[in-house]
Design a protein around this ligand. Structure first.
Ligand SMILES: *Cc1c(COP(=O)(O)O)cnc(C)c1O
Length: 387
């Protein structure tokens, strides 16, 4: 079977794939059908936080698949409860809802915020403010939440009740917070938008205003969460506690899962029949995710910070690099003149996989990558940038 031709024939053409067929992976390496090896600085877009096919993770997943592969949420299961408890202990959240993706987690968070407001204030207080240049997902509602006009095409009508505020401008945000607003949703570091970190003062001021107006703060940590930025949640690095946090990407270590974490006043909003998911909390996925949490301890996070600092130092001021952004192992590299997509293509030819985020090259290596492997991959990137 000609995989590439059949993909074009049978898979809906929503992706512009690179000319690379990946057939296997181990740690931070993956392999194509000819056996060529690549250092992967993409982690399947921030998903494979323990690398490809981590042995302990795969064993946990396989053992669970042989014991109880799936049942429904009509019954109790152990991995789901253990994972929820562990997430609450790690984050200070009170309760967790499990879905299957980032977009779905954000949909859940929006439902929590709207119901919180409806229960307390009645109808008419349902607007969610998000930031310009944000990315929150691909469903009709999360596209509406995404503060980029390019995403607001074709699929009309989009869900009502979203407005967008300029980042880093607390006055502009405050001006949007009228009595129709129930929540503000932000990414601490915008991922798809170009690896752009909010500054600390902005986030603290935002937290304060939200408290004063009883507006919920939703942290979309789908990309920044689960150790990516060197703390378990990026919110810890900012010293703020959101009312709702969403996780997905890295949480499953390679299997689909999304989570809505609620804190304090948001904890009792969702009661019986207010939300649900057939696959949410699936035992196999949760067993893998528990392994991810078990591995990401304080020493692991310190190592992520160390490797992140190493990468930043190596890239900062190098030839062809205009600027560096991000935190931990979520890194944006702005080239002086080259197009980010061309750099990624050149990387593939030289055995290094990278991502783009707008005009930047985006690096989301597995959190388990060694400094030596990172060094070797960055040498390839720097050589491309210097040409
Ligand atoms: C990837 C991403 C999403 C969407 O996640 P899916 O699992 O693709 O639905 C939402 N928010 C952020 C910040 C993301 O990076």
């Amino acid at each position: 079977m000609d995989i590439k031709a059949s993909d074009k024939q049978y898979v809906m053409g929503t992706y512009n794939r690179f000319d690379l067929l990946i057939t296997a992976g181990e740690g931070c390496y993956c392999f194509d059908e000819k056996g060529n090896r690549y250092i992967d600085l993409t982690s399947g877009i921030g998903v494979n936080c323990l690398g490809y096919c981590d042995r302990e993770w795969a064993d946990a997943v396989a053992a669970q698949a042989r014991t109880l592969s799936h049942t429904s949420n009509l019954f109790y299961t152990e991995p789901c409860v253990k994972l929820a408890k562990e997430l609450c202990l790690r984050t200070g959240a009170s309760k967790v809802f499990f879905g299957n993706s980032g977009a779905e987690a954000n949909e859940g968070a929006i439902k929590v915020a709207r119901k919180y407001s409806y229960d307390k204030y009645g109808s008419g207080r349902s607007t969610v403010i998000t930031l310009k240049n944000s990315f929150h997902g691909r469903t009709i509602t999360t596209l509406a939440a995404t503060g980029q006009d390019v995403f607001h095409n074709y699929f009309f009508p989009f869900t009502e009740g979203f407005r967008y505020a300029e980042s880093e401008n607390i006055k502009a945000l405050e001006a949007e917070l009228d009595d129709t607003v129930c929540a503000v949703m932000i990414e601490f570091i915008q991922g798809e938008g170009g690896v752009i970190a909010q500054d600390k003062e902005y986030v603290s001021a935002l937290r304060k205003i939200c408290d004063e107006k009883d507006i919920l703060l939703i942290a979309d940590e789908v990309q920044t969460g689960v150790g990516r930025t060197g703390t378990f949640l990026a919110s810890e690095g900012y010293g703020v506690k959101p009312d709702i946090t969403t996780l997905a990407k890295g949480l499953g270590g390679g299997l689909p899962i999304g989570a809505v974490l609620v804190y304090g006043k948001a904890e009792s909003v969702m009661g019986f029949s207010s939300h649900g998911s057939t696959f949410g909390g699936n035992p196999v996925v949760c067993a893998g995710s528990l392994k991810v949490l078990e591995r990401i301890d304080d020493a692991f996070l310190a190592d992520v910070r160390k490797k992140g600092a190493f990468a930043m130092k190596k890239l900062e001021g190098a030839k062809g690099v205009e600027s560096i952004s991000g935190k931990g192992l979520m890194i944006g590299v702005k080239p002086v003149d080259k197009k980010s997509a061309d750099i990624v293509k050149a990387g593939i030819e030289r055995g290094v996989l990278m991502l783009t985020a707008k005009d930047k090259v985006r690096l989301l290596p597995p959190l388990t990558i060694t400094e030596k492997q990172l060094d070797e991959a960055l040498d390839v990137l720097l050589a491309i940038l210097a040409e």
